[in-house]
Design a protein around this ligand. Sequence first.
Ligand code: HEC
Length: 192
Amino acid sequence: MSEAGVGNQERKHLKTIWKLVLSMACPLSIVISCRDQGNEVRATVPISSDSELFRHITQIDPFSSYLLFPRADSITSGTLNGSTAHQPLVSVRINGKASGVLQNGRFPEGSVFPEGSVIFKQIISGGQTTLYAVMYKDSKNPLAGNGWLWAEFQPDGTSHISLTRKGAGCMACHSREQGPQHDLVRTFERQR
Ligand code: HEC
């Protein structure tokens, strides 16, 4: 047999070995990806209580790191249809996930906020923050109303309006005017 022939045979052997290795590695990779998915599922256990949501917005993804709502006054007394809900002054911030969907600070037509988005509103009275109103995007959460968890807290974490109400007292106002075209976020209506 010529040297080249031996070389060919060796290559054939190598190919067979590779095929074997690959056929063993494929099921292994499926196991690994399943385990990854398992971890992911565990890491995103849905928020199911007011205290968990409060912890989320004060510790895990704290509102102190959010950006002010773009192109809108940082503090305002709302003059929109329904602004009476939160008086006298409001200030709205959004977390990184939420701001990721915006283009030049505006909401692209037909978009939806990504999962994990937080819109955080402080209600200010006499120079003090008296209430937090929170929208947290978690559309598969059984407590979600129209894709969002809706809750209000006193700044010490006491629940004022529980997320277990699934936005019952919130969604009608948030569906007014341009709410539906902005994934129910009304502050877009006071953008410059
Ligand atoms: C009477 C109508 C009304 C009700 C009820 C209401 N909201 Fe709002 N909300 C508004 C309007 C209007 C804005 C826009 C900002 C402004 O002018 O105050 C707003 C703004 C917000 C914002 C900032 C994001 C956005 O949509 O602009 C959050 C967060 C929020 N509301 C949470 C809630 C929660 C939680 C509830 C229920 C517990 C609720 N709201 C009930 C009218 C309402």
